[in-house]
Every structure is written in C-alpha cells, then in structure tokens.
Ligand binder design. Structure first.
Ligand code: NAD
Length: 267
C-alpha cells in the first residue's frame, strides 16, 4: 500500500497557509500546521482530522531554532516522515531606508528569511535521510518530495516603505535557486510561489478603503484580488508529480502585475 505523503505548512493557521493546508489535506496528505497562532492552528488541525491522525498542529515560531527542531521532532513522532514543506510563514513591517528601525528589520528578516532557512534546513535533512535510508528509486522521489517557499511579486518589484519585506522576498527567490541546486542530486525539487495581492488578513485594511483598492486595481490587469485557494492550487501542483521536471523557479500568480508597465487602461 502506498504511504501517504506528509506535509509541513508553516504559517498554516491563517490566510494562504491555511488554504495550502486544506488543499494538501484534500490531496491525501497528512498535514502538520506550524504556526505561532495556537487557537487558529489547533482549530484547523481539528477540522482536518487531528483525531484520526490526519493532521497535527505544532506551535512554532519559525525564527527560533529550537522551536523548529521541535517541529521536526513532533512531525517524526506523529508521522515518521516528511515529504513536502510549504515554507510560508511571513510578516510585514512598514519603513523605508530613512525610517525603518533596526528592530523591525531584524524581526522581518528573522521570520521571513532566517525562519524559512531554519525550517528548510531541517526539512531538507529529514528528506535526504529518508531517501538514503529507504534507498528510494528516483521515480518515487519525484512523486513524493518537494519544498515550496512563499515569495511575492515583491521579490522582484519593490515597495518604497516595505524595505525589509521586499529584501526578504528577493532573498527567498535566490535561496530557492541555491537550495534547488544543492538538493537536485537527491531528486528533491525546490520552487517558490510569488503571489500578487491575495485576500488575507494582510489586505484587510485595504478591503474597506476604496482609494487603496483602486490603487491596487490600477496595477492588476485581471482587475481583482486573488483568492488564497488560487495560491494553494499552485502549491498542490508544485508538490505533485505533474511538476516533476520543475525546480529552482518562482511561479508568479499576480493577476498580470509583473507583465504591466505603466497602469491598467481604463477603456
Ligand atoms: P497571514 O498574515 O494571513 O498569515 C500568516 C501566518 O503566518 C499567520 O497564521 C501567522 O500567525 C503566521 N506567522 C507569523 N509569524 C510567524 C512565525 N514567526 N512563526 C510561525 N508562523 C508565523 O498572511 P498571508 O497573506 O497568508 O501570507 C502568507 C505568505 O504569503 C507570507 O510569506 C507572505 O509574505 C506571502 N504573500 C502574501 C501576499 C498577500 O497578498 N496576502 C502576497 C504575496 C506574498
């Protein structure tokens, strides 16, 4: 009998991560929801079958190495393996080069970049250990293993007063490539997703602000905000054997924003 795949989703309690956890659960994976938000994380794990050992919530601040070590230990103890990582936890802090505080710079770097590194490092080691111990055939590795880092259009386009966030997402794109090169010999694929404006808590303030929404629409050719499910479906694809020859790339889902120079035409 085929062994179910096991996926860790960081920042999996809310927003895009929550949609990814639901989608991978529908795909038949056991899901480990890793988040600082214990209430939402446990509720989602319960919804996705914590009682039947289909889902697990682990409280984890990804910027804390010991918490990340514990996340992997809890995953092994519950499911004995790891096949997929959705490295998704992320935060923002306003500030440009003249105003951003050192504390906010460190906080955003700590979660978005160092946190992504710490989780990816532990996850990759676990995957390599499994592949070597199981003497896995390359076609099985292709079917099972994937790491997906959550980037952003801000990995390549900048917002003036989101210096730290933009810097981390540019770095995530490069880390994705470097990881893909190092893990290629094992057959583990590493890719990133670059969302545009997606309807999560991050956009809550904008939803009720007509002027801010008009600004977003002026740079979104598809003329709507994206849904978290439209990012989760990409995570599902990148984690599937249908993506077996894709590694080291960032796939953008941005309603056309990166294709646009100037603003959307009104006619
Ligand atoms: P969100 O705020 O709705 O969810 C983020 C989740 O991460 C929350 O559950 C939060 O508790 C968790 N989290 C925060 N700090 C954490 C930490 N230190 N350790 C573990 N978990 C932590 O945000 P979202 O919009 O769903 O964003 C998810 C990812 O998608 C982020 O990496 C973000 O940069 C990226 N993204 C979002 C958008 C968007 O428009 N929403 C666009 C581009 C990229």
């Amino acid at each position: 009998m085929a062994i179910d795949r096991v996926a860790i989703i960081t920042g999996g309690a809310n927003g895009i991560g929550k949609a990814c956890a639901r989608r991978l659960s529908e795909d038949g994976c056991h899901v480990v929801i890793a988040d600082v938000d214990a209430q939402a994380g446990q509720e989602l794990a319960d919804e996705l079958g914590a009682e039947k050992n289909k889902a697990l919530f682990v409280q984890c601040d990804v910027s804390d190495r010991l918490a990340v070590n514990n996340l992997l230990a809890e995953t092994r103890s519950a499911f004995d393996r790891l096949d997929i990582l959705i490295n998704n936890a992320g935060i923002v802090a306003g500030g440009d080069i003249l105003t951003l505080s050192e504390a906010d710079f460190d906080r955003v770097m700590g979660v978005n970049l160092k946190g992504a590194f710490l989780v990816a490092r532990e996850a990759a080691q676990q995957m390599v250990d499994q592949i070597e111990a199981e003497e896995a055939r390359s076609e099985d590795v292709r079917r099972r293993y994937a790491i997906i880092n959550m980037s952003s259009v801000n990995g390549v386009m900048a917002i003036q007063d989101q210096l730290a966030y933009c810097a981390t997402k540019g770095a995530i794109n490069q880390m994705t490539k470097s990881m893909a090169l190092a893990l290629a010999k094992y057959g583990i694929r590493v890719n990133a997703i670059g969302p545009g404006s997606i309807n999560t808590d991050v956009l809550k303030s904008v939803n009720d602000d007509e002027e801010a929404m008009n600004k977003i629409m002026s740079r979104t050719p598809l003329q709507r905000i994206g849904d978290p499910d439209e990012i989760a479906s990409i995570a599902s694809f990148l984690a599937s054997k249908d993506a077996s020859y894709i590694t080291g790339t960032t796939l953008y889902a941005d309603g056309g924003r990166l294709a646009l120079n100037y603003t959307v035409r009104s006619d």
